[in-house]
Every structure is written in structure tokens, then in C-alpha cells.
Design a protein around this ligand. Structure first.
Ligand SMILES: CC(=O)SCCNC(=O)CCNC(=O)[C@H](O)C(C)(C)COP(=O)(O)OP(=O)(O)OC[C@H]1O[C@@H](n2cnc3c(N)ncnc32)[C@H](O)[C@@H]1OP(=O)(O)O
Ligand SMILES: CC(C)C(=O)C(=O)O
Length: 561
């Protein structure tokens, strides 16, 4: 980048920093949330929402639990004005919800804003004017004193109109572009406004300190907020609010550090919609609190539904990696992650655990309406036996022995790598069946007859190379007898037979599944699986499967006739 010297840092540190917020470990209570989706979010859309869309969005915000909702900039357009009138006239604002409206500090805009509020029981009137060096020099071309005057005259008019308009009005002031303003000057403007509004405990005032454009690292913003919070003359009746944007990608960090630094209130939007890179994402902030065991006071238990409504109304898409909401954010493709998640989930099943600590999953996806199946473990060529085995167990009930999972893992990864695609759990089950279950080539099991006498004498009917044969054996159990018959009659050589069985509880009918491994003459292990309604038949089919895999893997072997 050859033009780095074109840029310079445009923020200023406060005159002093106490850095007390650094010593706080985490945010221990939810802030007052204010949604600005219908204003800052809406003003940033290619096509702003229409009346019906805004009404639906408003109801969504109410359902989520927002108690303060900035419903628009009523002087901006007819749609904005009519929307507010509709909320008021149709009595759509619940008693415990306060609407907020934004106005520039300009006479006719403030007047129009109060007109729009006629009949409202309660509202926050949010006044702003820009205070940064860049805006003073380039937009307003006014000295500091005249910028203060813009704020003061607007505050005075708001106060006067609030007295003349029926309803209960609270005031909010934003030194817009606060992050590009000398912090002491921002304090001066806020004091001038507070001198007009004179907040009391019964009628507090909100001082909102936006990172209109993010200009610094988050700790600088936090220091600015801390300075303002510590130096506001009469702090108690003032609610310090923040309104972070996301230009540097750290809107969430700005908000979180600002809360540590004294902010009582946060303005933001769902999924971070808003000007340019967006406003701070309240979903992320709330769920970050939740993941620390702090009740966020907003209900995101059905986040996928909320997301689809927001996407439909805003015509914006939530990214696949978006915290908490993105399609892939609870998904592990990579083997070691899957293995740890599968073990973590099993650990939870073993007994009730007080806290959620599953590796790689910061919260339980189910808490926000996500599913485990198809969400947390997905399979491609980066995957491993742990995840593959976990999926087969969850959906189909196969509890494979650990070493068999390894064999299946390689088979599945091989297919995914060759086809260059993700595999569904059904496709994995197909691979498992094709590769390991009830294999009948080149030797097929047909029938078993238990003969009379000691040593479990057994007659087995098999098909091989187009012929049906009857072979006999005995042993210390029925399976051992079949195994001995096969080894003696067909010239097979293997040792170390291992065996595991369980009922297949998933799916229709009661079936048993057996897994068998054998070691061939060269020490290689071959696995097979058998499924049957009869447990003995399941185990014999598992043995045939293992033998058939061994025979196929040993091209030099010839079955004796
Ligand atoms: C950071 C933020 O998101 S702030 C919110 C921004 N949101 C919006 O602007 C959306 C809604 N806005 C609008 O629809 C329009 O801008 C309106 C209706 C409010 C005003 O429209 P207009 O008067 O036609 O145009 P515009 O906004 O460009 O006005 C610019 C004038 O207002 C002045 N101005 C801008 N903001 C403010 C303010 N907060 N207080 C006082 N004056 C202001 C400018 O200096 C400029 O003055 P000039 O006429 O002397 O040059
Ligand atoms: C009006 C203010 C709060 C604003 O939207 C901003 O600064 O981003």
C-alpha cells in the first residue's frame, strides 16, 4: 500500500485516563437496550422499509423484548411520519415500551418531529448535531462556540415543544461524530445541553456518545467513555449511552469495553444492520453476555426465525460466519474439532452437568433454536472418525467400536475427497452399509443349524463362487463354531476375533447389530458389521462381512473349494 501516509489518526485521547475499566473482568449486567433498526438500520437500506414492513419489524422488536425502540426520523419522509402516526393512532405501542425519535437540531425539523408525536403517551426525543473537527471545518464551517449554539438552541426548542405537546417526553442528546471530537469539547457541548434540560432523578436525560465512524482501537473509545462518564457534572440523573458503528470491525468490542467504562445503555441493531459496515450487533452483544451466564433481557431463543424475518424485511443477508446466527458458526468440519465436540456431548449425556463447557461451542446451539443434527458436525475431507461416528450414532444408532470408526472415517473421507463435496449423514450411512454391513461377496451366509452334542456343533450353509456348500465346525460358542468351520473348510487364516453387539434402537423394528474384527496373517485388521432381527445371525453376518473384507483386500487369496 503506497498511500499509507495519506492517512492519520483522527481521534484524540481524553486529557486523562483512569483506566479503571481495564480492571473489570466482564460485563456483569445487561445494559438498557435500544434498538435503532427502524432508524439507523432503515436509513442504510437500499430501499428503506415501507409502512407494513416497519410495522412488522416493530412487532418483532417488541416480541424480542426491547423496551426502547427508535422508530425513525419522522421529519425525514412521509413513510417515516405515517409510520409513527400509525403506531400511535392504532395504539400499537405496549405500555412498557418507549419509542424514540431522532431529529437534527434544526427548527423546522424539531417542530415536525413534535407534530409526529401528537397523542403519544411517552417518547424519547433524540436531538443531535455533529461536533467533530472534520464536520466543524468541512460541513458547518463554524467555530466551536457556534456548534455549541446549534445544540443549545435545539435543546431549548425541544424543551419548549415538550411543554406544549401532551405526553411524557424524555430527552436524549448525541454529539454526533463524538469519536472525532476532542473529548473535552464533547463534554462542553453535553454540559451546555444538560444546562438547558436540567435532568433530575425523576426525569433523567440520555447522553448518547456515538462512534459515528469508528476511528480508533476499542480501548481508546472506552477511555473516552470513561472520561465522559467520570466528568459529567451531574452524573446521576444522566444515562450514558453508546451507539457504536463498525467501520474497523470492532463495534462489539467498542460496546463491551464502553460498558466496562461506565455506559448504561447501548443502541444497536439486529445482526448489525446499519450505515456502512453497520451498527453494533445487539444479537452478538446479548448472546456474549448470555455465554458468561448473564441474563441479557432479550429473547433470542428462536434466532433462526428472527433472522428470516429480518432478512425478508431488510433484504439483507446474515453472513454464514456471523456470530451466533451464521449458518456455519456452530459447525465443525475439521476432524479434531468434531472429535472433541462429540466427546463433549457424550460427557454431558453421562450425567447432568451444571455448566455448558463443550469444546468449540461457546453456547448450546439449542438455546437459540439451532439443531445439533446438521448444524454442529458436518462431514467433508477435513473430517475425522470422531465426528463421523458421532453422526452415525445420533441419527442411526450405530455405536461403532473406536477402531472401526477409524476405518469408516478413512472410507468416508476418501469419498468426500474424491467427489470434492460435503457428505450428508445419509450418504455416510450408505457408505457404511456398502463397505461394512452384511457383506456377501465372495462368501455369503445362508443358514445356520445348531447340531446336537457338546462343543456347540454347528452346520452352516454358505454360497461361494456360484456354489452352495455346507460346512461344519464346533467351538466354545456358536460364533466360534462358525468361525472354526469357515477357517477349516475355506483355508482362511485369521486371529484375534473381537466382538461387540447392541440393539439398534433407532429406526423401525427391533434389530440387533454386531461388529467383528479379525487380524489377517500379516497383522492387518478387518472390520465387518452384521444386522439382523436375530442376534446370532447378526453376529455371523458380521463375521462374514469381516472375512469378505479380508478376502477382497488380499488379492492372492483363493477360497478353497
Ligand atoms: C449519523 C447519523 O446517522 S445521523 C442521522 C442521519 N439520518 C438521516 O439523515 C436520514 C434522514 N434525513 C433526511 O431525510 C434529511 O436529511 C432531512 C429531511 C432530515 C433534512 O433534509 P435537507 O434539509 O433537505 O437536507 P440535508 O440533511 O442535506 O441538510 C443539510 C443541512 O443541515 C445541516 N445539518 C445537518 N445535520 C444537522 C444537525 N444535526 N443539526 C443542525 N443542522 C444540521 C447541514 O449543516 C446542512 O446545512 P446547510 O443547509 O446550511 O448547508
Ligand atoms: C444520530 C447518531 C446517534 C448516529 O446515528 C450516529 O452517530 O451514528
Amino acid at each position: 500500500m503506497k498511500n499509507a501516509n495519506k492517512y492519520t489518526r483522527q481521534y484524540s485521547m481524553p486529557p486523562e485516563s483512569s483506566w479503571n475499566w481495564v480492571k473489570k473482568e466482564y460485563v456483569d449486567k445487561a445494559p438498557i437496550w435500544c434498538s435503532v433498526d427502524l432508524r439507523d438500520g432503515n436509513q442504510a437500506l437500499v430501499v428503506p422499509m415501507n409502512l407494513e414492513e416497519k410495522l412488522e419489524y416493530f412487532q418483532l422488536l417488541v416480541d424480542i423484548g426491547f423496551k426502547e425502540i427508535e422508530v425513525g426520523f419522522p421529519a425525514a419522509s412521509d413513510t417515516e411520519f405515517v409510520f409513527l402516526r400509525t403506531l400511535i393512532e392504532r395504539d400499537l405501542i405496549p405500555d412498557d415500551v418507549t419509542i424514540q425519535v431522532l431529529t437534527q437540531s434544526r427548527d423546522h425539523i424539531i417542530r415536525r418531529t413534535f407534530e409526529s408525536l401528537m397523542g403519544a403517551k411517552r417518547a424519547i426525543v433524540h436531538l443531535y448535531n455533529s461536533t467533530s473537527i472534520a464536520q466543524r471545518e468541512q460541513v458547518f464551517r463554524k467555530p466551536k462556540s457556534e456548534i455549541v449554539e446549534i445544540a443549545v438552541s435545539g435543546a431549548q426548542l425541544c424543551k419548549q415543544l415538550a411543554l406544549e405537546t401532551p405526553g411524557n417526553f424524555m430527552f436524549q442528546y448525541s454529539p454526533e461524530s463524538f469519536t472525532g471530537t476532542e473529548v473535552d469539547f464533547a463534554l462542553e457541548v453535553c454540559h451546555a445541553v444538560l444546562d438547558v434540560w436540567k435532568p433530575t432523578a425523576e426525569r433523567p436525560v440520555i447522553i448518547n456518545l456515538p462512534s459515528t465512524v469508528q476511528l480508533s482501537l476499542p480501548h481508546v473509545y472506552a477511555s473516552q467513555i470513561e472520561y465522559m462518564s467520570n466528568h459529567l457534572r451531574d452524573r446521576h440523573p444522566v444515562i450514558v449511552s453508546v451507539h457504536p458503528h463498525n467501520d474497523r470491525g470492532t463495534g462489539v468490542a467498542d460496546a463491551e469495553l464502553a460498558m466496562l467504562a461506565g455506559a448504561d445503555r447501548v443502541e444497536g441493531t439486529l445482526f448489525g444492520n446499519g450505515e456502512r459496515t453497520g451498527n453494533v450487533d445487539i444479537v452478538t452483544l446479548a448472546l456474549n453476555l448470555y455465554s458468561h451466564g448473564v441474563e441479557p433481557g432479550l429473547d433470542f431463543e428462536n434466532l433462526p426465525d428472527i433472522q428470516s424475518v429480518v432478512e425478508r424485511l431488510t433484504k439483507m443477508q446474515v453472513g454464514k460466519r456471523h456470530p451466533y446466527a451464521g449458518e456455519l458458526v456452530f459447525t465443525a468440519f475439521s476432524g479434531s474439532h468434531q472429535d472433541a465436540i462429540a466427546k463433549g456431548m457424550k460427557w454431558r449425556e453421562e450425567e447432568e452437568r451444571e455448566h455448558w463447557t463443550v469444546p468449540y461451542l461457546p453456547i448450546d446451539p439449542k438455546d437459540i433454536g439451532r439443531e445439533y443434527e446438521g448444524d454442529i458436525i458436518r462431514i467433508n475431507s477435513q473430517s475425522g472418525k470422531g465426528g463421523i461416528g458421532y453422526l452415525l450414532e445420533q441419527k442411526y444408532g450405530f455405536d461403532l467400536p473406536p477402531r472401526m470408526r477409524e476405518d469408516l472415517g478413512y472410507a468416508v473421507k476418501g469419498v468426500s475427497d474424491r467427489l470434492q463435496k460435503e457428505l450428508s449423514v445419509d450418504e455416510i450411512a450408505d457408505i457404511f452399509t456398502e463397505e461394512f454391513v452384511n457383506l456377501a461377496e465372495p462368501i455369503a451366509f445362508s443358514e445356520l443349524k445348531a447340531d446336537e452334542g457338546a462343543g456347540h456343533p454347528t452346520t452352516v450353509t454358505i454360497h461361494t463362487h456360484g456354489q452352495t456348500r455346507t460346512i461344519k465346525g464346533s467351538g466354545n460358542g456358536r460364533l466360534d463354531a462358525v468361525s472354526n468351520a469357515l477357517q477349516a473348510s475355506l483355508g482362511l487364516q485369521y486371529t484375534n476375533l473381537t466382538y461387540k453387539e447392541h440393539a439398534l434402537e433407532v429406526g423401525s423394528g427391533s434389530r440387533a447389530v454386531a461388529y467383528i474384527s479379525i487380524d489377517d496373517a500379516e497383522g492387518r485388521t478387518h472390520w465387518g458389521c452384521g444386522i439382523d432381527t436375530d442376534i446370532m445371525n447378526a453376529s455371523i453376518k458380521a463375521l462374514f462381512s469381516a472375512i469378505n473384507r479380508m478376502v477382497v483386500a488380499t488379492p492372492t487369496f483363493v477360497v478353497q473349494h
